[in-house]
Design a protein around this ligand. Structure first.
Ligand SMILES: Cc1ncc(COP(=O)(O)O)c(C=O)c1O
Length: 389
């Protein structure tokens, strides 16, 4: 059989290779401690499960769901957004329901790019941002995120000819994998650059509530209050623990929302109504579980960073997300894939190679803090024995 050329760039996938390595290590009898996936390991709150269970018994939820069937969800989204960020949002034209934010960010390039148009993506960055641009036939310009720039892109280094051909910029703060956060000033600078070059500004806000401080992280729409050219993506997978249910949403410029809706109309029939009711319960119900979840991740973060310091591997304390981004010790500096493969084969601990997130991720590994503090401390000790011989 012959397959489309657009599949070729999707074939390099360090994460799929790690999956095979995990299976091999398990077959050898090693107990796998999987710190490679950012899948929240804490249960979905009971009031959310209750809303979904009740919906299952309601035949009105069993048919196809059209746009008008998710009005309540869009209203809940707009209300939460306005309360948190103080920017008014029209639930009818400026909000779109998604089957997870990955789906939305991967489909958007199909609505914006013509083949050969350039997309400015974070390097390291979230793999589906890259996948979506490849599927749309776009060209990627990786914006290097470096420690010396607090993992923020330096727009002044983007060559003029690239900026002229760019149609899309994708940012993501708090950032996966580096855990960096951004300020409103930075978002304003990004907007100015995009305004100047007529570029659509996308912000993947997957970790909007996973910030270890009392202040909320800024939204891109606080910089682009008139929603001239920005669209922001949210998920219920992280702070609300609904990853397996697949629900997210986009908020932003009405034309961009309409264009993404057109792409999605060709592909899917919206999310199941019962899951949307669970999502409404998440957004409008008791928020104490969000805080509890955050406290748990903060305890894990502290336990892991301390335990790593004890083995002589110092990691800056993450201010957000559910990850730790660790610069590899010198002997492994330029080989994160090899480090992760050997660590897994010898100890059963799975981490994600920085290179898998892009060239500028080389020299780092990402640990997902998806185990208890005790398990993370014990993993750190095992890593210590592995690196110190
Ligand atoms: C930056 C980023 N965007 C999107 C996603 C996926 O979110 P969802 O479950 O809504 O598809 C993740 C999940 O790890 C992520 O880290």
């Amino acid at each position: 059989m012959k397959f489309a050329d657009r599949l070729a760039p999707l074939q390099f996938n360090v994460f799929a290779a790690m999956d095979t390595a995990k299976a091999e290590a398990a077959a050898k009898g090693l107990e796998i401690v999987d710190l490679s996936l950012g899948s929240v390991d804490l249960p979905t709150p009971p009031h959310v499960l209750q809303a979904i269970a009740e919906a299952l018994q309601d035949p009105a939820t069993h048919g196809y769901q059209l746009f008008r069937n998710n009005t309540q969800f869009r209203k809940a989204v707009a209300q939460r957004y306005e309360q948190t960020f103080g920017v008014p949002v029209d639930p009818e034209t400026e909000v779109l329901t998604l089957i997870g934010s990955q789906e939305g960010t991967a489909h958007l390039p199909l609505a914006v790019l013509n083949p050969g148009d350039v997309a400015l993506l974070s390097d390291p960055g979230y793999p589906s941002h890259y996948g979506g641009v490849h599927l749309a036939g776009g060209e990627i310009y990786p914006m290097a995120l470096l420690a010396e720039n607090q993992f923020l892109p330096d727009f002044s280094t983007i060559p003029d000819d690239i900026a002229r051909r760019s149609r899309l910029m994708v940012l993501n703060y708090p950032h996966n994998p580096t855990t960096a956060t951004a300020t409103l000033d930075f978002f304003e600078a990004a907007l100015e650059f995009c305004d100047h070059h007529d570029i659509v500004l996308v912000h993947d806000f997957a970790y909007d509530q996973m910030v270890f401080s009392d202040q909320s992280h800024p939204s891109i729409l606080q910089a682009d209050r008139n929603k001239k050219r920005s669209i922001e993506f949210f998920t219920l997978s992280k702070a609300y623990g609904m990853g397996g249910f697949r629900v997210g949403y986009a908020i932003g410029n009405a034309e961009l929302i309409k264009a993404l809706k057109q792409v999605k109309a060709a592909v899917d029939f919206n999310q199941y109504q019962g899951i949307l009711r669970g999502a409404i319960a998440s957004l409008t119900g008791d928020q104490s579980s969000v805080k509890q979840r955050l406290d748990i991740f903060q305890q894990r973060r502290d336990a892991f960073v301390d335990a790593m310091a004890n083995i002589g591997w110092s990691i800056p304390t993450p201010q957000a997300t559910m990850f730790a981004w660790a610069k590899l010790p010198e002997q492994w500096e330029f080989d994160s894939v090899n480090f992760c493969t050997e660590l897994l084969a010898k100890t059963g601990i799975a981490a994600s190679a920085g290179y898998g997130f892009g060239k500028s991720g080389e020299g780092y590994v990402r640990f997902a803090l998806v185990r208890s503090p005790k398990e993370l401390q014990s993993a750190a000790q095992t890593i210590g024995t592995f690196i110190n011989g």
